[in-house]
Design a protein around this ligand. Structure first.
Ligand code: GAL
Length: 636
């Protein structure tokens, strides 16, 4: 697969007289793709039913004439103000019951049937007009589902939809009462129309009630997408794409992407280091101008799986952003490094956000490839350097990874609903496993929880997986490598009840979690092999051999030849050891990477990325700060 570059562009923000020159400079810089239109509804339909296609026709034409391929966005994440006169109740409602207002974006509730219908209309018109355009080579559906916390909406439309969804799922109210355990606290319902959304209850709502609301809300994102994808599929051959986000877990991305051709995601390494890092100030300080060394890679591997092998970066940070607590500039070299890292993980295209910095409105402090005065910003030269390098190495086929890590959205919702200990976060647990594997120099595939085949892997990790789907259950039954599970894996039924016979309900794991405890910061459980459990520890009994014990001799990690159960949240040292031992047993070579140096193997090359503050030498190569290098595989 050929690797390409692209850009996000807003012709409606600039005088038409600038478009041709912009397009020429984009093409001359080596860009192939230009994404437009995703926020332009008020310019396409300034008044209800009154359309102005002329400017968009000319923009598409101008960009196409310069040799660029257009990705056209459906503008449904920014409904115009007049839409609210028509549907005053389409706004999302927060868990606090407050209606969210117009004046930014994503001001719609996924459940609102009238708005969904109006989305279908605008998409139908766009599809009819541009579906066979020689210049429109892709569609972006909406923009960043989940941004600004808009998947969970506690609106009247959501309530009506939820009741219907429950009725369809359970058929009769007795079945729902049973599945939720509503005999507890006399919560039994007589009819579906008595059920409310799970916010604003006096004490906490039933976790099963929450789980069904989370599943319902996720399904609405899928249904909303499908309205658009059905129309666009019929309108022409261009692939359908959505731009997902980092650490975005409010809906099941695997499910939503089943209607798409390509999963793209938006990569803002510095903004997200500030926003998401849980590792404290010293860590942030070390990586403040580079980003977390594993965070981008994790999302590449995740979205490669979400896109069933096809993924892009739709928005790549080019300089300081405007939305984090602090917004530093990247070190020189990082834009190039992030781009090559995307390619090394299989991305087909990397598009930067945005062409020129806007001098007005919310994102006027957000860098682009051009300054507001139309002079190149620092990132442009790095993008041009990548474009030149791509001529020498235009492909980078994804290599076969020896390790799989299961990631599952319902498990996120389950442990958010019932953390049992402050800080028990599923994403964080999976990410700890991911980082530890990468620090051993391994290339990893992230796989969904309905993954049906694990045959190509030697080690499969399933930390914290709520419950097993039948496909994964069968795949694990025949898997002949090492499976590492726990903590909390197989610990609930999908309804969110404790399974009969106690956890873990995992094939081949002959052990029992008798009870669990959560550990406040500072309270750790040392392990016999070194390191400790933190946050979470389980009292295990096991018919399998004990591999490691707690200080009092109780089993902490148990396992036979193929199945290892980890009864707690291992700290870095413990996790490193456990995974290293599993790889050694399976004959997988590992390396000890220090600092911010990371490796990724493609089918033909080994890539080295240095996120750290010091130059590093590996395999005889010196990799400078903010530098990426590569060598043919097996050359070292
Ligand atoms: C993304 C979004 C873009 C822009 C960008 C700024 O989340 O899709 O429209 O807002 O962030 O960093």
């Amino acid at each position: 697969m050929k690797r390409t570059l692209g850009i996000c562009y807003y012709p409606e923000h600039w005088p038409e007289a600038m478009w041709a020159d912009d397009a020429r400079r984009m093409a001359e810089s080596g860009l192939t793709w230009v994404r437009i239109g995703e926020f332009a509804w008020s310019r396409i339909e300034p008044e209800p039913g009154l359309y102005d296609w002329g400017w968009l026709d000319r923009a598409v034409e101008t960009l196409g004439d310069a040799g660029l391929k257009v990705i056209l966005g459906t503008p449904t994440s920014t409904p115009p103000r007049w839409m609210l006169d028509k549907w005053p109740d389409m706004l999302p409602v927060g868990a606090d019951g407050q209606i969210r207002k117009f004046g930014s974006r994503r001001h719609y509730c996924f459940s609102h049937p009238g708005f969904r219908e109006d989305c279908a209309t605008i998409v139908r018109l766009l599809g009819a007009r541009y579906g066979r355009s020689p210049h429109v080579k892709g569609w972006q559906i909406d923009n960043e589902y989940g941004n600004h916390s808009t998947v969970l909406s506690f609106s009247p439309a959501a309530l009506a939809g939820f009741r219907l969804w429950l009725e369809r799922k359970y058929g009769n109210i007795k079945a729902l009462n049973e599945a939720w355990g509503n005999v507890f606290w006399s919560m039994e319902y007589n009819r579906f129309d008595q059920i409310e959304l799970p916010n604003q209850t006096v004490a906490e709502a039933n976790p099963s009630h929450w789980m069904d609301f989370r599943r319902y809300s996720s399904d609405q994102v899928g249904a909303f997408t499908q309205v658009q994808t059905n129309i666009l599929r019929a309108s022409g051959p261009a692939p359908l794409i959505h731009n997902f986000m980092t650490k975005s877990t409010d809906f099941d991305h695997f499910e939503v992407a089943k209607n798409l051709d390509i999963a793209s995601w938006d990569s803002y390494p510095l903004g997200y280091l500030e926003k998401h890092s849980t590792l404290g100030d010293a860590w942030i300080q070390t990586y403040v101008r580079q980003g977390d060394p594993d965070f981008q890679a994790f999302h590449h591997d995740l979205y490669r799986a979400v896109g069933r092998g096809r993924h892009w970066i739709m928005e790549q940070q080019p300089g300081p952003v405007n939305w984090a607590a602090y917004n530093p500039a990247p070190l020189p070299g990082m834009v190039r490094l992030w781009t090559w890292e995307a390619y090394a993980h299989g991305a087909e295209a990397v598009c930067y956000f945005r062409w020129r910095q806007a001098p007005f409105a919310q994102e006027q402090m957000h860098a682009g490839l051009m300054r507001p005065d139309n002079i190149p910003a620092p990132a442009l030269a790095e993008v041009q350097a990548v474009a030149a390098e791509l001529k020498a190495m235009p492909t980078a086929e994804t290599g076969a990874a020896p390790v799989a890590l299961v990631f599952d959205y319902p498990s996120v919702w389950a442990w958010q609903t019932q953390p049992q200990g402050k800080g028990f976060e599923y994403f964080g647990l999976v990410f700890d496993f991911y980082r530890a594997l990468r620090k051993l120099g391994l290339s990893i595939d992230i796989v969904p929880s309905d993954c049906a085949s694990l045959g190509q892997y030697r080690v499969v990790a399933v930390p914290g997986l709520l419950s097993l789907a039948p496909a994964l259950q069968q795949a694990l039954e025949v898997f002949d490598g090492t499976v590492i599970a726990g903590p909390r894996s197989g610990s609930k039924t999908p309804d969110m009840q404790i399974p009969t016979g106690l956890p873990p309900r995992l094939p081949g794991f002959d052990c029992t979690v008798e009870y669990v405890e959560s550990l406040r910061p500072g309270l750790t459980q040392p392990l016999s092999g070194g390191g400790a459990f933190r946050l979470w520890s389980e009292k295990l009994s096991s018919r399998m051999p004990v591999r490691e014990t707690h200080a009092n001799g109780d089993p902490a990690i148990v396992g036979d030849e193929k199945h290892w159960y980890v009864g707690g949240w291992p700290d870095e040292a413990a996790l490193h050891r456990i995974l290293q031992q599993a790889c050694a047993k399976e004959g997988l070579p590992t390396v000890e990477l220090s600092g911010g140096l990371r490796i990724r193997d493609t089918a033909t090359h080994r890539f080295f990325f240095n996120y750290g503050p010091e130059a590093q030498v590996i395999d005889g190569l010196e990799v400078g700060v903010a530098e990426v290098k590569w060598a043919p595989r097996g050359a070292a």
